[in-house]
Write a protein that binds this ligand. Structure first.
Ligand code: ZN
Length: 262
C-alpha cells in the first residue's frame, strides 16, 4: 500500500481504528503526503460520527458484536495467510466486501453505545452542575433585587442597634420593610463565647419576638445578611441576643444589641 489504498473500506476501517498495525502504519505514512486520502479519511470519520449520533442508545446485540469481532479477527488471519503465500482471492474479496458493510455499521454501533453512554453521563453531570450554579446565581440576583427594592422603598425603616452595658461590644443596623417582609442586617460584634450564637430578633408591636436568624457567626467581622420574613409584621424593636449555638425558637439569653424603631 505505497500508493492510494485500493480498497475503499480501508478508510472506514482506519477511521474506526480497525486496521491492523501494519496497514495502519502504511496508510498513516501515505496520509502525510496525500490530501485526497486525508479527505477520504475525514469523510469516513464523518460517516461514522453520523452513525454514532443516529444510533439508538442501546447495547448492540451479541450477534452483531460477535460478527464484528469475527470479521476483524478473520481479516487479520487472512492477511497473515496471504503473507505466507496462501492466496484465496474469492474469499478475500467476499471478506473485504462484507467488511465494508458489517465492520463500519457494527463497530459504529458498538462505539456509539459506549460513546453515547459516556457522553450522556458526562452531560447529565454537567447539567446538574450548571443547574446548581444557575440556581445559586438566581438566588443572588433575587437577593440583590430585594435589597435594591428595600433600600429604594420610602416605607423602609433603618434602625440602629447599640450594645448593652456589660455585653460584648458591637453595633449594627437593620433595614426593614414590613410590607415586603424583608430585613437586611449589617453589624459587627466581638466573637461570641464558645458554644454560643448571636441571634437577631424582630420584636413585633404585638406578639412574641420572631427569629431573623443567626448573625455575626464569624467573630469580629462585619456580618451582612438578608432575611425574608412573613410580610405585614410591624416591628417596635430589633434585638440581638446571646443564645446556645445554632439559636433558639424564642429568646432565652441576654440582650447584646438593642434598637427601638422610632
Ligand atoms: Zn492517496
Amino acid at each position: 500500500m505505497n500508493g492510494h489504498p485500493t480498497r475503499e473500506e480501508d478508510f472506514d476501517l482506519f477511521a474506526l481504528g480497525a486496521l491492523d498495525d501494519g496497514e495502519k502504519q502504511t496508510l498513516e505514512a501515505h496520509l502525510a503526503g496525500c490530501s485526497d486520502c486525508l479527505r477520504k479519511v475525514a469523510q469516513a470519520r464523518g460517516r461514522i460520527a453520523l452513525l454514532a449520533f443516529a444510533a439508538p442508545r442501546v447495547e448492540p446485540s451479541p450477534e452483531l458484536k460477535d460478527r464484528l469481532m469475527r470479521q476483524i479477527h478473520g481479516t487479520a488471519k487472512r492477511d497473515a495467510a496471504e503473507a505466507i503465500g496462501e492466496t484465496r482471492p474469492d474469499r478475500g474479496r467476499f471478506g473485504r466486501w462484507w467488511a465494508a458493510v458489517v465492520v463500519p455499521v457494527g463497530a459504529a454501533l458498538v462505539f456509539a453505545s459506549i460513546f453515547l453512554w459516556n457522553e450522556n453521563r458526562r452531560l447529565d453531570q454537567q447539567l446538574a452542575r450548571l443547574r446548581t450554579a444557575l440556581e445559586q446565581e438566581q438566588k443572588q440576583v433575587e437577593a440583590a433585587r430585594s435589597v435594591a427594592r428595600l433600600m429604594a422603598a420610602p416605607d423602609t425603616k433603618v434602625v440602629a442597634l447599640a450594645s448593652m452595658p456589660g455585653m460584648p461590644k458591637g453595633a449594627a443596623r437593620v433595614a426593614y420593610n414590613a410590607q415586603m417582609g424583608i430585613l437586611v442586617y449589617d453589624g459587627q460584634l466581638e466573637s461570641a463565647p464558645a458554644n454560643k450564637s448571636y441571634q437577631l430578633w424582630l420584636v413585633p408591636v404585638t406578639g412574641a419576638p420572631i427569629s431573623a436568624g443567626i448573625v455575626n457567626s464569624a467573630g469580629g467581622e462585619t456580618s451582612y445578611s438578608m432575611m425574608k420574613l412573613t410580610p405585614g409584621i410591624n416591628a417596635k424593636a430589633f434585638a440581638v441576643t446571646l443564645e446556645p449555638a445554632g439559636g433558639m425558637s424564642h429568646p432565652t439569653g441576654p440582650q447584646v444589641l438593642v434598637g427601638p424603631v422610632s
